[in-house]
Design a protein around this ligand. Structure first.
Ligand code: HEM
Length: 356
């Protein structure tokens, strides 16, 4: 079954079934949390208005302007990886790079670097623990960090914007100014998406390259072509998607792939499983970037499809380019297999690799 009851919720693991859910936002609402989540937790026209205002932050022009600064950050991160010996790539490379790239993108102070690195670790631990009090505390900690960034800037509201964060503070939606809780929520969703998932993405991409000489030689052959390298990254994320799931709640009785769903029932759309559904990908492990691109659900689908995809792809591509340029070979250390992340996280929580 590609959609089935799992306790009180319906777990949706099929490719067609996941698409059916996320492309029918009237039946399957994103208002799953009692907390304000902009734009994730909004529906309908309210959601569309925020997407119209916020999607331009990820335009081609903005991404092109970020290429240079992000490359500097990636080069610095790769330069500190020791050659010829096992090195932890998720925490040691992915997290450091994700935090530095985010500081550059949003124009935040370097003073926040260590606190954000600590936060990523504690956030992963709290998520893994499933302890509601701990996850609430860690969410509050992040909101405090964002508040410390936003509040002093708001005092200079009438000055010209200096960076993306200043622009967001001045952003209008539907002819009105954003409220403080909305600004905090947007920044939380931007940075939460960026930090944790980007480090996990770096881990699964580098692991698969190190694990397969055929994949490594194909990826190296694509080095000079950014679009082709981006396609390879998307395919490696499809095979081992670390961004596991999103939630929905049914607004009426219905069914998904024949599985009855009651009004008010919660659903979990399992992207990792949907991206490996044999009905869509007969051999889910086979690396075929171009052939599988059309079915790739790593960044979701429907009105909530990931707006940050251009930024995530830019950051991952530049990090990979810098790794490829600095090395001739990526390998798995014989005696250090790494540790798989536990759901609701995906990918590797720890992955030592040898660069040479
Ligand atoms: C690193 C890899 C990333 C992956 C795999 C990923 C994946 C996804 C997926 C699957 C969704 C759909 C959620 C749903 O249907 O409920 C989503 C939504 C979203 N993502 Fe990403 N994302 C990534 C990076 C980013 C980045 C870098 C940002 C921003 C800086 C970002 C911001 C968001 C936001 C704001 C939404 C909610 C959109 C909405 O509800 O309309 N993501 N992402």
């Amino acid at each position: 079954m590609s959609a089935y009851p799992d306790g009180d919720t319906i777990r949706v693991t099929g490719h067609a079934e996941a698409l059916a859910v996320v492309q029918d936002p009237e039946t399957f609402s994103s208002k799953v949390s009692r907390f304000l989540q902009v734009p994730n937790g909004l529906d309908g026209e309210e959601h569309a208005a925020f997407r119209r205002a916020l999607d331009p932050y990820f335009s081609d022009e903005r991404m092109a302007a970020l290429e240079g600064p992000v490359r500097q950050v990636a080069r610095r991160a790769v330069a500190q990886v020791p050659m010829g010996e096992p090195f932890e790539v998720v925490e040691g490379l992915g997290v450091q790079f994700a935090v530095d790239a985010m500081l550059v993108w949003l124009g935040w102070s370097q003073d926040l670097r260590q606190e954000l690195i600590d936060w990523v670790g504690e956030n992963a631990n709290a998520t893994r623990s499933g302890d509601l009090e701990r996850t609430t505390e860690v969410a509050q900690w992040f909101d405090d960090i964002i508040g410390r960034v936003v509040d002093p800037r708001a005092a200079h509201f009438s000055d010209p914007a200096r960076d993306v964060t200043d622009e967001l503070i001045r952003q209008e939606v539907d002819g009105r100014q954003l409220t403080r809780p909305e600004i905090i929520s947007i920044l939380r969703n931007w940075t939460g998406g960026d930090l944790g998932s980007l480090a996990l993405c770096a881990g699964v991409v580098l692991h698969q390259i190190a694990a397969s000489p055929a994949v490594e030689s194909d990826v190296r052959a694509r080095r000079a072509d950014p679009a082709a390298l981006g396609a390879a990254i998307d395919e490696l994320l499809r095979i081992d998607d670390p961004f596991v799931s999103n939630r929905r709640v049914a607004t009426r009785d219905g069914n998904v792939g024949g599985c009855p769903v009651a009004h008010g029932q919660r659903l979990v759309v399992d992207w990792t499983e949907a991206n490996r559904d044999p009905a869509r990908f007969p051999n889910p492990d086979r690396y075929e970037p171009e052939a599988n691109a059309g079915g790739n659900l790593v960044y979701g689908a429907g009105p909530h499809v990931c707006p940050g995809r251009p930024l995530a792809t830019l950051e991952l591509r530049i990090l990979l380019e810098e790794v490829l340029d600095a090395t001739q070979d990526l390998a798995l250390p014989a005696d250090q297999p790494g540790v798989r992340a536990e759901r609701p996280l995906g990918g590797w929580s720890s992955k030592p690799l040898v660069f040479s």
